[in-house]
Design a protein around this ligand. Structure first.
Ligand code: HSE
Length: 325
């Protein structure tokens, strides 16, 4: 089967937070912080990378976006070895906001669109999870909203949950980077049955509470014993923030993915945002951690095709007014 190849596509893909506390490698939520990718067939492969978050990203065929795009073409039986790729991202690297997952999802979606959408979203989810090894960040960036997912090594099953109305997100992004592999390296090989039960119950309750809009249950349901206690020593101030954020106006708080970003969920109607933001800044400041806070929303759309690439409007002009830098 041969597919029609477009002249070019642009996609917009959200950041994500993983785990939401107890849902280790299982729960994810898309966030209103974005990257944009443009992909065009070319005579010779070239890259245009914009923004501070792109520093150090390879500009040859080892580039992740290029490689992921080729995996789509291979799966679809299409030969498109040379690409012109443009990317801008507001998603900070190695901070626990799913930057690599957003790059993978953006590349899968752009490449699939470019060749006439031969692969289903569920197929893209399986391909993305095979690369990331866990479905939480990639699922959120692909589908938007809140994703509960399991992965059997080949296939990811999932349910997308609409984020509760009125729920906002505050993140505190420390200036230092923490790689996922380092943050996974401190986790134990085995856990006790009581810790496993502790997490299963809270993860189940959290999923049900988010589905039912029971914001009152989030604080107790976001507690975790599988990963956050082990990662706490790498993020000074984290334990206190997770413990005390609910009494400073948060619905609940968690380490965002593998960290070091800390995430608090808020009821936007409650008017507690300023107090909570001050609390996070104070605790991190006392620990000598320089961090920036950012108010976000759950993203509901996941990756979207924003336009065909046009000759008239340049890539950066096409996203002007949307990005934050
Ligand atoms: N669930 C993963 C972790 C997310 O916590 O290690 C990081 O990508």
């Amino acid at each position: 089967m041969s597919s029609p190849v477009l002249n070019g596509v642009r996609v917009k893909v959200p950041a994500s937070t993983a785990n939401l506390g107890p849902g280790f490698d299982t729960l994810g939520m898309a966030l209103s912080l974005y990257a944009w990718i443009e992909m065009k067939p070319a005579h010779q492969t070239k890259f245009h990378l914009y923004g501070d978050e792109m520093n150090g990203i390879p500009t040859d065929k080892t580039n992740l976006i290029y490689q992921v795009a080729q995996s789509v073409f291979q799966e679809a039986g299409v030969d498109l070895p040379e690409l012109e790729i443009s990317m801008y991202s507001d998603i900070p690297l190695t901070r626990g906001l799913g930057s690599s997952a957003s790059a993978i999802i953006g590349a899968l979606a752009a490449a699939n669109e470019l060749i006439g959408v031969p692969l289903t979203k569920d197929k893209l989810f399986d391909m993305a999870t095979a690369l990331e090894k866990h479905p939480d960040n990639v699922g959120a960036s692909l589908f938007g909203g809140i994703i509960a997912a399991s992965w059997n090594g080949q296939h990811a099953d999932y349910i997308r949950i609409e984020p509760p109305t009125g729920m906002g997100v505050l993140v505190a992004i420390p200036d230092f980077q923490l790689s996922t592999s380092k943050a996974r390296g401190v986790l134990p090989e085995q856990v006790t049955l009581s810790d496993a039960v502790y997490n299963i119950s809270r993860s189940s309750l959290l999923t049900a509470a988010l589905s039912a809009g029971r914001l009152d249950l989030i604080a107790s349901a976001m507690r975790d014993r599988l990963h956050q206690p082990y990662r706490a020593s790498m993020i000074p101030g984290m334990s206190r923030i997770l413990e005390e954020a609910p009494s400073h106006g948060a619905l609940g708080a968690a380490l965002s993915g593998a960290g070091p970003t800390l995430l608090a969920l808020v009821d936007k109607e409650a008017g507690t945002g300023a107090q909570l933001e001050q609390f996070l800044e104070d605790v991190l400041g006392e620990q000598g951690i320089s961090a920036r806070t950012l108010w976000l929303e759950p993203d509901k759309d996941g990756v979207v095709v924003v336009a065909g690439a046009s000759e008239e409007v340049s890539f950066m002009d096409s996203i002007k007014g949307e990005y934050t830098a």
